[in-house]
Design a protein around this ligand. Structure first.
Ligand SMILES: Nc1ncnc2c1ncn2[C@@H]1O[C@H](COP(=O)(O)OP(=O)(O)OP(=O)(O)O)[C@@H](O)[C@H]1O
Ligand SMILES: [Mg+2]
Length: 322
């Protein structure tokens, strides 16, 4: 399952991503965690120290090697330079498996231990964004590596990719937001928090993307009622304002999350696990965004008709885990 945490700056995307990743790993699930935020904090939230965080390889810096691997001997993709972030797989392309023997997982992922006896979490990071990454064209964009990764990834039962996304509506500037089985919108019970919800829900509806709201930093029934009033049935669960989260942030290691917050994470996991996999839709949307991308800037940037990269015989069936 592919899950993204989105929402307003400071709402708790990184905190909830990290808590959810731990929750999964402690239950024996196979997890890839990806820090795709401008400011890279997921490593620290998963317990890495400053030195370890600084040593995380940056996905964005290995783009051309990654593209070469993914395109394999797909004859429709003439070079790694002609492969853009939306280029969909076709015959000859290589698909990825969670934790597989490929450059994403062997070179870019750092194993993070979250508990004795639990599988390590594979942490990947886009690397911090620079001015150049924030342009409209996004040709060299750091999140392009994440989009390529997700476009080529076959995730089977018990396998999860959790992405900590950048704040605001940036997520919708590309097809990236359609790559997930669930978008988790983290919302504080404030008018700004639910304002972002309205914006997201409009975008998501246009593209048939599932979105659920997880309230955060909730203090009491009044806050829950406020969230219910503004997001209605999209409110999946909520995390209370947490002394444990605060203690973690203060560097304490021996922290136990409150039972109510553990229950919220369990509720989120249940909601993720019942999401139906729709590989044909997954591929259809990849193609749709590739066409959009090709026409709006990529054909010009590359100097080729990139719609020719679409393999009409490649369908969502090719992704189905064996
Ligand atoms: N449930 C909670 N209880 C207490 N503090 C929380 C909770 N959730 C988040 N926080 C705190 O709120 C602050 C912002 O959280 P976090 O960094 O996770 O937000 P973010 O959405 O990732 O922010 P950014 O947009 O800057 O990436 C942090 O200090 C974090 O510890
Ligand atoms: Mg963050």
């Amino acid at each position: 399952m592919k899950i993204a945490f989105v929402g307003k700056g400071g709402s708790g995307k990184t905190t909830l991503s990290a808590l959810f990743v731990r929750h999964l790993a402690l239950r024996g699930r196979q997890v890839v965690a990806i820090d795709a935020d401008i400011n890279q904090h997921l490593g620290a939230a998963l317990g890495l120290d400053e030195h370890q965080t600084a040593a995380l390889p940056s996905m964005g810096e290995h783009l051309s090697e990654l593209k070469d691997y993914l395109r394999g001997d797909n004859p429709r993709i003439t070079s790694s330079a002609a492969m853009v972030k939306t280029t969909p797989p076709g015959a000859g392309s290589r698909l990825l498996r969670v934790g597989g023997d490929d450059p994403f997982h062997t070179k870019l992922a750092t194993e993070v231990r979250v508990g004795a006896g639990s599988p390590d979490v594979a942490l990947m990071a886009t690397g911090p964004f620079t001015e150049d990454d924030l342009g409209v064209a996004c040709y060299h964009s750091k999140t392009g590596a994440v989009e390529l990764y997700l476009n080529h990834l076959v995730d089977g039962p018990g396998e999860y990719v959790v992405v900590d996304m950048t704040a605001g509506a940036d997520t919708f500037a590309s097809g990236l937001f359609t790559r997930f089985d669930l978008l988790v919108l983290v919302a504080e019970p404030t008018w700004k928090g639910v304002g972002v919800y309205r914006q997201y829900v409009d975008y998501a509806a246009d593209y048939d993307v599932a979105i659920s709201v997880v309230g955060n930093k909730v203090h009491g029934e009044g806050d829950v009622a406020y969230l219910r009033e503004h997001v209605g049935g999209d409110l999946l669960t909520w995390m209370e304002h947490s002394a444990a989260v605060r203690a973690l942030e203060q560097g304490r290691g021996d922290v136990t999350l409150e039972a109510s917050n553990e229950a919220a994470l369990a509720c989120l996991l249940d909601a993720v696990d019942v999401r139906p996999k729709d590989w044909p839709k997954f591929h259809r949307q990849a193609v749709e965004f590739h066409v959009k991308n090709a026409r709006s800037w990529a054909n010009r940037a590359v100097g080729e008709d990139l719609e020719a990269q679409i393999d009409p015989d490649f369908t969502g069936e090719a992704y189905r885990p064996q």
